[in-house]
Design a protein around this ligand. Structure first.
Ligand code: FAD
Length: 470
């Protein structure tokens, strides 16, 4: 018998419950990627995501071709595309990995119903999370809104299952008519992507190489180094996780296996890292239970918040890294060049936009959406609402990051700032940590003066917030 496995955000062969189930129950399996002809989601993938997707599809194709299979790539709406393939192959089953974004759930629900009406055995599987959103609830049966109790509960259930070995059917089915990946038009027409290509290796093999690098190096000092943007102190697995090239089960088991071989006294504490993967689960859980939050404040009290009117010029300066605040500009340039930004700097640039410039958090979320290779509806929504103060278990609004103090603390010798703002390389760190006091030295490097007075804009933000609080 023949099964089709629809691949979307699960671009891997190993630890893939849907693919493994298809290979166990059917002797011929056709892996399919259906590219939407026109994206009807309110959050269609941004430019950096599309770049990653192109390369991830290419990587998966290469893996399948090495086994005399292929990824069958078509464009269209999933129901008609699958119907066509079912007719062509005589497949009796369609399997996929579940997604949790509101638009995707709606599409999958109607696709499942339509295929079942056609008499097809349709099955969906978990795969990209430790625990699906509906499997964890408070003692009152409510979704968690606070991270710490959520994590305490989730932590008791880890490690979860063992990762599954790479799936392999008796025969991969291949068909004529598969499109070349390039036909999907995912790559930019103007080639701005050199920085991305120099930084990342999308695909399952790249993901596992990145995990091995992390296990050998940064995991040992993660608790301290994770806050230092100049170092590669974090796993840099976010985009691999988003595209499902690797799973949290594989990461957890991979790290446990790695440290089991070490002397007990040298074993790193995995807890701080696992907790971050816990934030990823929490974000997904929130998006599932509160599907309006990509656009709406989680805390409706913020609906009355007096944001400044949209300011295109201010937004452009922030996007282009020309605010005159070195840590903010370094972060925005890292983002533009590599499609990624260090987490601490994400918090700083988001605070600057939503508090010092008092622009609505959605302006920032949309820019990140277009420029991050790891753009993820759950994590991005959580990140922006957390910093803006209107999210679940968010930083309180009055916590305004001071980008100069953050730079002095986490980038003391300005290595990160100088990496992304090379025009400032000749200046000592203490000048870069006090740009307001050294306007002439910075101007001589062609660097703009701060676009806002940090203290005055902070006071204005706090005044706006206290008006709301009253
Ligand atoms: P590590 O420190 O190695 O963490 C391991 C994994 O845990 C990450 O790959 C990620 O999957 C998860 N994780 C870590 N921190 C968080 C967090 N705060 N929230 C949710 N999951 C987390 N992350 C995204 O994946 N996509 C986004 O679109 C995104 N947007 C963000 C927007 C803002 C304003 C902020 C403040 C944070 C955002 N994050 C987002 C979270 C975080 O910054 C990134 O996940 C992290 O920097 C990725 O680097 P890493 O893989 O080296 O992380």
């Amino acid at each position: 018998s023949i099964a089709i496995v629809l691949l979307r955000r699960d671009l891997r062969l190993s630890d893939h419950p849907a693919l493994s189930a298809a290979c166990a129950a059917h002797d011929r399996v056709l892996p399919v990627y259906v590219h939407p002809a026109d994206e009807d989601s309110s959050w269609p993938p941004g430019a950096a995501s599309r770049w990653w997707l192109h390369h991830s599809l290419e990587a998966l194709r290469a893996q399948l071709r090495a086994q005399a299979g292929d990824l069958h790539v078509v464009v269209g709406d999933p129901h008609s595309a699958l119907r066509g393939l079912i007719r062509q192959t005589g497949a009796s089953a369609v399997y996929w990995t579940r997604r949790y974004e509101p638009d995707a759930i709606a599409r999958d629900t109607s696709l499942k119903a339509a295929l079942r009406e056609d008499g097809i055995d349709v099955q969906s599987f978990p795969g990209n999370l430790w625990h699906e959103p509906w499997t964890l609830a408070t003692v009152d049966g409510q979704p968690y809104r606070v991270f710490t109790p959520f994590w305490r509960k989730l932590r008791t259930q880890l490690p979860s299952r063992h990762p599954l070995p790479a799936a392999r059917p008796r025969h991969w089915l291949t068909l004529d008519g598969s499109l070349p990946t390039a036909a999907l038009g995912l790559l930019p027409k103007i080639r701005w992507d050199e920085g991305l290509a120099a930084t990342w290796t999308p695909g399952e093999v790249g993901a596992h190489a990145q995990l091995a690098l992390f296990a050998e190096g940064a995991v040992h000092d993660y608790a301290k180094s994770r806050d230092l943007p100049a170092r590669h102190g974090t796993s840099r697995l976010s985009a691999h996780l988003h595209f499902g090239e690797i799973t949290p089960h594989q990461i957890h088991h991979g790290l446990l296996q790695h440290i089991a071989a070490m002397d007990v006294r040298r074993r790193p504490d995995l807890e701080p890292y696992l907790r971050e993967l816990g934030w990823r689960e929490f974000a997904c859980h929130l998006l599932y239970h509160f599907p309006q939050t990509p656009e709406a404040n989680f805390n409706p009290r913020f609906d009355a918040f007096p944001w400044a009117p949209p300011d295109a010029e201010a937004l452009a300066r922030w996007q282009q890294g020309r605010t005159g605040i070195p840590l903010v500009d370094a972060g925005m340039r890292e983002l533009w060049h590599t499609g990624w930004m260090h987490n601490r700097v994400r918090m700083v640039v988001a605070s600057f936009l939503t508090k010092n410039l008092r622009q609505h958090w959605l302006h920032g979320a949309r820019w990140f959406w277009d420029t991050l290779v790891d753009a993820d509806l759950a994590n991005n929504t959580l990140g922006w609402q957390w910093v803006a103060g209107c999210g679940a278990d968010a930083a309180p609004y009055f916590r305004v990051f001071n980008p100069l103090l953050q730079a002095a603390k986490f980038d003391p010798d300005a290595t990160y700032i100088k990496r992304w703002l090379p025009e400032l390389a000749p200046l000592p760190a203490k000048v870069l940590h006090a740009p307001d006091k050294h306007a002439a030295a910075l101007a001589a490097c062609g660097y703009p003066a701060p676009m806002v007075d940090l203290a005055a804009s902070r006071d204005a933000a706090l005044a706006a917030w206290s008006a709301l609080a009253r």
